[in-house]
Design a protein around this ligand. Structure first.
Ligand code: SF4
Length: 400
């Protein structure tokens, strides 16, 4: 037994983890109450290495936040604007295409697209966006829209959620992003995002997508008014949905950034809290294969450390990020592949470039070759094991 854990108050939880047994909601709450980060981290690292060996993934991607105009006004959000506000913007399709073309020249395999709930864009804008981007390269994976945006598009397009998702997939949607979950508890939602759709509506969008064969990520926003029991409840709901659909590829902990929001008095999460939550998520979410550290909002150095606290994915190159930078994030907007690889190697892990569905990208002549199954990777499929042919060694988030 790990010596850190042998003397820990958490020894009984470790025995479950070591035996590959599922821990309970009460166990999860005890992990949150404990200050023994070293023991929690050691447990998470055991699970992480069991699931993903020594591999740490990264993706070459570009984020495009197509507009910050939004009909809602979530208190935790620094991104949204009304049309006449300073800083309001929206991209037309030629602008989107230009950004994508530039990024394709850098070898990206994924575009991550989220925005506000736009007050006047018509259905055709979204469909044409996907079609035009997909036409640039049919292998390009479009990871787009939060569940909240999908509900908005369902309303804009006067279609059911199922019809909306089917039409978007036909236009090129590869997978859904995990944003909009925040904290599921209704009392917390009433404080930080009072007009946003409910937890049940968020879950229904992902459930519908998963049942269509689609994959998505899931998130939890921490460091605002939530308490530990809200986090445990949130993780429980995610684990239950994953038991039902097996459609989540990864879990991402999002750090609340208070600057320029209506909640500037709140501190946001500490580095300790981020590491602890990532580690607890790794231990508790036994049915989700990957835990992602979103370096753009937690900083590369902490993200690097998190590779020893349950995390196996540092996300990607990003290139341009607006949501967290409008909330005061001091991180760069872009990181080169070499920096991701270096950060992973320095942490003693094996870097592997992945595609959007966690399949290793096979390098040919210095470029990446990928496969895209249009996001319909069968739920339940697992990333290839660490020692496969991968070769990488050489903003889940979202506002809406
Ligand atoms: S979090 Fe999303 S839905 Fe809420 S105000 Fe910001 S952009 Fe709009």
């Amino acid at each position: 037994m790990n010596k850190l854990i042998e003397r820990s108050e958490l020894r009984d939880i470790w025995e479950k983890v070591d035996a590959g047994q599922r821990i309970t909601e009460d166990d999860c709450a005890r992990l949150y109450r404990s200050q023994d980060l070293a023991a929690i981290g050691a447990m998470a690292n055991t699970v992480r290495e069991r699931k993903n060996s020594n591999v740490a993934y990264y993706v070459l991607n570009r984020h495009i936040n197509y507009s910050n105009l939004c009909i809602l006004d979530c208190d935790f959000c620094a991104f949204y604007r009304r049309r006449r506000d300073a800083g309001a913007y929206e991209y037309n399709l030629p602008q989107m295409i230009e950004k994508a073309q530039e990024a394709l020249q850098q070898g990206i395999t994924e575009i991550h697209i989220v925005g506000g709930l736009h007050p006047s864009f018509k259905w055709d804008y979204y469909v044409e966006m996907l079609r035009s981007l997909k036409a640039l390269d049919p292998k390009l994976h479009l990871k787009a829209f939060t569940a909240i945006e999908i509900l908005h598009l369902s309303w804009v397009g006067k279609r059911s959620v199922l019809e909306t998702l089917a039409a978007l997939r036909e236009a090129g949607l590869g997978s859904l992003t995990g944003g909009g979950a925040e904290i599921f508890d209704p009392e917390v939602r009433s404080v930080i995002c009072h007009a946003k759709e409910s937890a049940e509506e968020w879950a229904d969008v992902h459930r519908t997508w998963h049942k269509m064969g689609g994959r998505s990520t899931c998130t939890m926003l921490i460091g605002h008014v939530e308490k530990n029991h809200h986090r445990v409840d949130h993780l429980r709901r995610l684990r239950e949905l994953q038991d039902e659909t097996n459609g989540f590829t990864a879990f991402v902990t999002l750090a609340f950034h208070p600057e320029n929001t209506k909640l500037p008095h709140l501190p946001g999460p500490s580095g300790y809290d981020m590491l602890k939550t990532l580690a607890i998520a790794r231990i508790y979410l036994d049915n989700i294969d990957h835990i992602k550290a979103y370096w753009i909002l937690m900083g590369m150095k902490l993200a690097q450390v998190s590779l020893s606290y349950g995390v196996d994915d540092l996300d990607g190159t990003v290139i341009e990020e607006k949501i967290y930078h409008m909330a005061g994030a001091k991180t760069p907007q872009e990181v080169a592949r070499e920096e991701l690889v270096k950060a992973i190697r320095e942490a003693g892990r094996e870097p592997v470039q992945r595609d959007s569905l966690y399949r290793p990208v096979v390098q040919k002549g210095g470029g990446g070759e990928m496969r895209d199954d249009h996001g319909a990777g069968a739920p339940g499929g697992h990333a290839l094991p660490a020692a496969s042919a991968c070769v990488g060694a050489s903003n889940e988030g979202g506002a809406a």
